[in-house]
Design a protein around this ligand. Structure first.
Ligand code: NDP
Length: 331
């Protein structure tokens, strides 16, 4: 197997020298194990947090060990009942070309015609469930809400905006980091309005695009975006605090939002969440989202980078906004 290891803990933005490539012999699967040839790997923002040596809801990645992460692969040898050669599986041994793992750690996926195996890393997988659970449960979305989502052209954000539209939002507003992404949001994904947060103050742009205020904010970014949402909230507004990607490479803790006290007078609900606490929604999520994908009501974007050796570059590119939709690596 060709594998990517963490060679150094990144200081600020990760760089090439923080990663190294190694080769390992894996051998044949023992009883209860499968050998998988990975077809697609996922790179996700949470991985940046696990590169730091700090306590979090997931333990840090170990130095000079192969990274882990979502992957979809094909079973090429099996010592386990229930999984046979040729089966497609979803598992957590990414950042490598091959994985030897207990069959229990692999979930068989049946790919409906019209859907692709890669979708299990994106819209039909962890990021999709994050969008679905975060909007519908955490933010208690209801039809008629005005919804603002940051990171709107990414894997989670693009699903949030579209699900809000499909569920009857009065208006869906998104922010993203380039003019092309902003055009994509309104022209292809059906957002009512969008802006480029790099153009000028987020608070000012949000006030212009949502003059009557917002009811739901789905926060992927934190910092100035959260501050802007607090200003724009209508009474009893609700925020799902999903991520704070503007801070993941920061060496110092952030100073904002400086206007948090607005949450009192506006009687806001600001609620953080982790997707793994919402696995009970998985059956309904799968039914709804695959239905929308097959009917063409839900658009799924991916940015595909080829080759195991380009996995670190894909990861760094994703943190830097080079992806539209889900960033995946094709092996
Ligand atoms: P994306 O596909 O959205 O990729 C990351 C995007 O972040 C980039 O494309 C870039 O887009 C944007 N970005 C990078 N730096 C900044 C910045 N300084 N300010 C604003 N935007 C920035 O990733 P995901 O959809 O996988 O994840 C989105 C968020 O959801 C992340 O915060 C992640 O941590 C969180 N998350 C949380 C989960 C949970 O359980 N709570 C589960 C899964 C994800 P642009 O070009 O627009 O800048």
């Amino acid at each position: 197997s060709r594998e990517v290891q963490l060679a150094a803990r990144p200081q600020g933005a990760p760089k090439d020298s923080d990663f190294s490539m190694v080769e390992r012999e894996l051998g044949q699967p023992g009883a209860g194990e499968v050998l998988v040839r990975n077809l697609y790997l996922s790179v996700d923002p949470y991985m940046r947090g696990r590169m730091n040596d700090v306590k979090s809801y997931t333990p840090p990645f170990a130095l000079n060990q192969t990274m882990t992460g979502g992957a979809v692969g094909e079973v090429i040898a099996s010592g386990a009942d229930g999984l046979s050669v040729g089966d497609l599986v979803l598992h957590d041994q990414g950042w490598r070309t091959h994985a030897l793992l207990p069959a229990q750690a692999a979930r068989k996926v049946e790919v409906h015609s019209g859907l692709s195996p890669r979708m299990y890393l994106g819209i039909l997988g962890m990021p999709g469930l994050t969008a679905y659970a975060g909007l519908l449960e955490v933010a208690s979305f209801k039809p008629g809400d005005v919804v603002f989502v940051s990171g709107a052209a990414g894997a989670v954000g693009s699903a949030v905006g579209q699900i809000a539209r499909l569920k009857g939002a009065r208006e869906v507003i998104g922010s993203a980091g380039s003019a092309a992404k902003v055009a994509h949001l309104t022209n292809v994904l059906g957002f009512d309005a969008a802006f480029n947060y790099k153009d000028s103050s987020v608070a000012k742009q949000l006030r212009q695009t949502a003059p009557d205020g917002i009811d739901v904010y789905f926060d992927n970014v934190g910092g100035d975006h959260l501050e802007a949402a607090l200003f724009a909230f209508n009474p009893f507004g609700r925020a799902a605090l999903c991520g704070a990607i503007s801070q993941y490479n920061a060496a110092q803790p952030p100073s904002g939002p400086r206007n948090l006290a607005l949450a009192i007078g506006k009687q806001l609900t600001l609620r953080g969440f982790i997707v793994s606490s919402y696995s009970h929604l998985f059956p309904q999520f799968t039914k709804d989202v695959s239905g929308w994908l097959l009917s063409g009501e839900l658009h799924h974007d991916e940015t595909v980078v080829e080759g195991i050796e380009n996995t670190p570059e894909a990861f760094m590119g994703m943190l830097d906004g080079q992806n539209t939709g889900k960033m995946v690596i094709k092996l």
